[in-house]
Design a protein around this ligand. Sequence first.
Ligand code: HEC
Length: 149
Amino acid sequence: MKFFTFKRFVFLIIVILVIIQFVPVERSNPPESAPLVAQKEVAHILKTSCYDCHSNQTVWPWYSNVAPVSWILIDHVKEGRRHLNFSNWNEYQGKKKLKKLDELIEEVEEGNMPLEGYLKLHKDAILSTETKEKLLDWAHSEMDSVSLD
Ligand code: HEC
């Protein structure tokens, strides 16, 4: 008898899937230290399109409990927060804040953000021409208000 029958293969996959559910993962929403305060409209756009990965207010979907999907998701949030975190927004000062805003403008203009895979599951996060413009206007005016001394 062949060792690797199809049935055994499926069984092995199931066993692996069950086992990996026990790998400990960190899925936390730490307290916000210096959150962004913006006008209602802009705050709404950012919350809808960016906050799941760029704030400590992540809404964790049910599939974030299921490995290995959860690993990818948690990694996106971790990386996203590391690059830009609206929950610590006011800790960015001067040049650093300018750089964050500059990157934000670039990512939004080029359509790199929000991440494409995310948009497939979160249609409401898609930026329209109008919301994109509002976001860019906000970022430009924020840049003007950053003090460099
Ligand atoms: C599904 C998660 C996710 C969403 C939603 C998301 N981002 Fe990101 N973002 C990431 C990840 C991951 C990175 C870091 C890796 C990379 O640059 O691809 C990142 C990086 C960035 C960076 C830094 C780029 C750099 O050069 O360092 C900016 C700016 C940014 N995102 C802006 C936004 C804005 C604005 C939104 C909303 C309109 C948004 N992102 C939505 C995941 C996300």
